[in-house]
Design a protein around this ligand. Structure first.
Ligand SMILES: Cc1cc2nc3c(=O)[nH]c(=O)nc-3n(C[C@H](O)[C@H](O)[C@H](O)COP(=O)(O)OP(=O)(O)OC[C@H]3O[C@@H](n4cnc5c(N)ncnc54)[C@H](O)[C@@H]3O)c2cc1C
Ligand code: FES
Length: 274
C-alpha cells in the first residue's frame, strides 16, 4: 500500500539571512529544499523542531519560488526563539494555507493600502505582486503607520515604491523625533492627505486590531463600500486547514475561509477587532 501523505509534515527550509527591521521585528530569508508557491496573503506555519510552530504570512514576492521571506515580530515564546536563529538553521514550512488577497478585483482599479506595524508583512508581498502587474492597475497608494521612526520596517521599500510610476508610499508615526520629516499622527491621518478616487478604488487593511478598526471606519466614512475593503484577520491557529477549530470566528474558519475577508463578509460578527 502506498504511504499515506502526512499533511502535518513540514518542508525543510534553511535560514540564509536575518534582516533586522526594527527593535522588535526581523525578516528571515529562507531557502526551501524545493520550490514553494503561495498566493499573496496566504499564510504558512513555520516550525522550529523542539519549540513549536506559528502562523506567518510570507512578506516576499509570490513570483519568487526558490526563496521565502517571513517577517516576524517578537510576541512570545516561539517568535522569541525565531529571533535568536542564525544563518544555517533548519526550519520547517507547512502550507500555504487559506485565501489570500483577491488581486483580480484590483484589475483596473486604484488600490489604497493601509498598514500598521508588522501588518506591512503581507502587504509587502501584495505590493510585489502589484508591481509585477503595474500595467493592469491604475494606481497604488500605501499609507503606513508605526509607533516611532525606529519601529518603521522595510525602509528601502518606501524609496523604491516612490520611484515607480503609479505607486506612492506615505508614512506616519505616532511619536516623531528629530530624525523624522514625514507625518506625525495615526495612520488614518494619511488618508486625509492623499487624493483618492473612491468610486474607482479598492482598499486593503492589515495591522493591529485597533488600527484595523479605525482604518475601516475611516474608509467607510470616505464612501468605500463594505465589499471593497479587504481585511487580513489574525486568530489563534493550530492546524491551519480547517480541522482543529482553534481559529473559528463566527461561522468562519479563519485559516480556510480567510485570513483575508471583505468587511461585508464579517461585519455582522461580534468582536472582530479583538
Ligand atoms: C494568519 C496569520 C498570519 C500571521 N502573520 C504574521 C506575520 O507575518 N508576522 C508576525 O510577526 N506575526 C504574524 N502572525 C502572528 C503570529 O502568528 C503570532 O505572533 C505568533 O503565533 C505568536 O507566537 P509566540 O509563541 O511567540 O507567542 P505566544 O507566547 O503564544 O503569545 C504571545 C501573544 O501572541 C498571541 N498569539 C499567540 N499565538 C497566536 C496566533 N497563532 N495568531 C495570532 N496571535 C497569536 C497571544 O494571544 C499573545 O498575545 C500571524 C498570525 C496569523 C493567524
Ligand atoms: S487553525 Fe485549525 S481549524 Fe483553523
Amino acid at each position: 500500500m502506498p504511504e499515506a501523505k502526512n499533511i502535518y509534515r513540514p518542508l525543510k527550509a534553511t535560514l540564509e539571512t536575518v534582516i533586522d527591521e526594527s527593535p522588535l521585528i526581523k525578516t528571515l530569508v529562507l531557502r526551501p529544499e524545493k520550490e514553494f508557491s503561495f498566493d499573496t496573503g496566504q499564510f504558512i506555519e513555520l516550525t522550529l523542531n523542539g519549540y513549536g510552530e506559528a502562523p506567518f504570512t510570507p512578506s516576499s514576492s509570490p513570483f519568487v519560488k526558490d526563496k521565502l521571506e517571513v517577517t516576524i515580530m517578537k510576541a512570545g515564546h516561539v517568535t522569541e526563539k525565531f529571533h535568536q536563529l542564525t544563518p544555517g538553521a533548519v526550519l520547517g514550512i507547512r502550507g500555504p494555507y487559506g485565501r489570500g488577497y483577491p488581486v483580480y478585483n484590483m484589475y483596473d482599479k486604484e488600490v489604497v493600502i493601509v498598514g500598521g506595524g508588522c501588518g506591512l508583512a503581507p502587504i509587502r508581498s501584495l505590493l510585489y505582486h502589484l508591481i509585477e502587474w503595474k500595467d493592469r492597475i491604475k494606481r497604488v497608494v500605501l499609507c503606513y503607520g508605526s509607533k516611532t521612526p525606529a519601529d518603521c520596517i522595510y525602509k528601502p521599500l518606501f524609496r523604491e515604491l516612490n520611484s515607480i510610476p503609479k505607486f506612492e508610499a506615505h508614512r506616519a508615526v505616532n511619536v516623531a523625533d528629530e530624525t523624522w520629516d514625514e507625518t506625525e499622527g495615526v495612520v488614518t491621518v494619511l488618508l486625509d492627505k492623499v487624493n483618492i478616487n473612491v468610486p474607482d478604488s479598492v482598499a486593503v487593511v492589515c495591522g493591529p486590531p485597533v488600527m484595523m478598526k479605525f482604518a475601516t471606519q475611516k474608509l467607510l466614512s470616505m464612501g468605500f463600500p463594505e465589499d471593497r475593503i479587504y481585511l487580513s484577520m489574525e486568530k489563534n491557529m493550530s492546524c491551519g486547514f480547517g480541522k482543529c477549530g482553534h481559529c473559528m470566528m463566527g461561522e468562519f474558519f479563519v485559516c480556510k475561509d480567510g485570513p483575508v475577508f471583505s468587511y461585508d463578509e464579517i461585519r455582522h460578527l461580534p468582536d472582530i477587532w479583538r
